[in-house]
Design a binder for this molecule. Structure first.
Ligand code: GLA
Length: 414
């Protein structure tokens, strides 16, 4: 059994055990979904642009069973929380009022359930809404949901999309909803935007739903058309190292929403529906039309979109060994133009590069979380040691380091 299979079994056992403790019976099934690493393409998703993430071996497992009491109640429990939360499906419409996705910073909305429970309950709410748009009366059986996960939380590896993906897959099966993976990703994003209140795009949910071993997902966030791009990291004698800085971030507050608002302003000034419609050649005109901060936000998105397209081409033509410079350019753009890096992430990237990494960049939404480094397979230890030493020298909390391989997306496990 491989390392990730051992982990998966442990997480499945934890979810099943919690379910049995909660209900005194066996679940109807186990469903799981992974976290993701974004290889390149940051903050481009909500600008209708391109992204290139892949699913990681770390997964969230939901042990789920329909309830017999038939009062349409949902109970959720998590190995991370002391108490389960129980609500009637009808009540969810009051708990999660419909918000505009980009409600943005300064929102004083507070969820009426603990944040961890807003993810699975938000999925139940969003899926139910998706199934009743035709106004037809439909009854939904209640259920018990027990969640366990080995996706690091707050590390920028989409622990939230993993919960959403596992819950959405389970409910889709148990309610016979018949939605496809893309529709389930939309349900997950709606939960994230409107139940949790984080104004994110759809990259994480699509990566978690569509992941495949050894491939990244090249996604057009406007059409939601996805292509699998073989990464060939292992074949090239390489590895992808994750450096979790342990600086926690949250996208339901602060900087993420502000960046999104700047992008919307930039698109409005350029007279286009989204920054996807601005090309690198348009940047001189953009510089004349907008203030410096807005321009630099726009420049990041426009150049990052181009870097995603370039990375896909280079991967196909020359393989993983050739993408290092694009990863570095992406980090520099996020550090200097989009200003979403933090000293720990810059230290991780600089130390990895100094220790021989072919490329490195922060991954995910920023303001904390993790960086990735593309390194020689036999340099995992030396690069890890160098990064750990650089953190110690700067007086930072020791990072957590591990390698990841592109892995399968959401599925039923048992
Ligand atoms: C978070 C969001 C995504 C995406 C990334 C940045 O992970 O959930 O939608 O915007 O940040 O690329």
């Amino acid at each position: 059994m491989t390392f990730s299979e051992t982990h998966e079994t442990e997480t499945q056992d934890a979810a099943r055990t919690l379910f049995v403790e909660l209900t005194g019976r066996e679940p109807d099934g186990l469903w799981s979904a992974p976290g993701r690493v974004s290889l390149i393409g940051e903050h481009t998703d909500y600008n209708d642009g391109f992204v290139l993430p892949f699913a990681i071996p770390h997964r969230t497992v939901a042990a789920v069973g329909l309830r017999d009491d038939d009062r349409g109640r949902v109970r959720v429990a998590s190995t991370f929380a002391a108490e389960p939360v129980e609500v009637a499906l009808d009540e969810l419409d009051e708990i999660f009022p419909t918000l505009r996705p980009a409600q943005g910073p300064g929102s004083d909305r507070r969820p009426a359930v603990p944040e961890w429970a807003a993810y699975p309950l938000g999925v139940a709410w969003a899926l139910r809404q998706a199934l009743t748009t035709d106004g037809a009366e439909r009854s939904f059986r209640g259920m018990d949901i027990a969640i366990a996960s080995d996706v690091p939380v707050g590390a920028g590896l989409s622990s939230s999309a993993a919960i959403e993906g596992a819950a959405a897959s389970a409910l889709n099966d148990l309610w016979d909803a018949g939605l496809d993976r893309t529709a389930l990703a939309r349900v997950g994003r709606r939960a994230e935007n409107e139940a949790v209140g984080a104004p994110t795009g759809i990259m994480d949910q699509m990566a978690s739903m569509l992941g495949e071993p050894d491939a990244a997902i090249f996604l057009d966030c406007r059409s939601l058309e996805a292509q699998l791009v073989p990464l060939g990291v292992a074949e090239a004698g390489l590895a992808i190292l994750v450096i979790d800085t342990r600086v926690k971030h949250a996208h339901s507050t602060g900087g993420y929403g502000e960046r999104r608002a700047s992008c919307e302003l930039g698109a409005e000034i350029m007279g286009v529906p989204a920054l996807r419609d601005v090309s690198v050649d348009d940047l001189p005109r953009a510089a004349e039309l907008m203030d410096d901060v807005t321009f630099r936000r726009v420049r990041h998105i426009v150049t990052e979109n181009q870097r995603v397209l370039d990375t896909v081409r280079v991967l196909r033509e020359d393989g993983a060994r050739a993408i290092g410079d694009l990863l570095v350019a992406s980090h520099v753009s996020m550090r200097d133009d989009f200003e979403i890096s933090v000293p720990e992430l810059d230290t991780a990237v600089d130390a990895a590069l100094a220790a021989g990494a072919l490329g490195a960049r922060m991954t995910g939404g920023g303001f904390g979380g993790a960086a990735i480094a593309l390194i020689e397979r036999d340099a995992v230890e030396s690069v890890s040691d160098a990064v750990t030493a650089a953190f110690a020298a700067s007086g930072f909390t020791a990072p957590v380091l591990f390698t990841v391989t592109p892995s399968a997306g959401a599925h039923r496990d048992a």
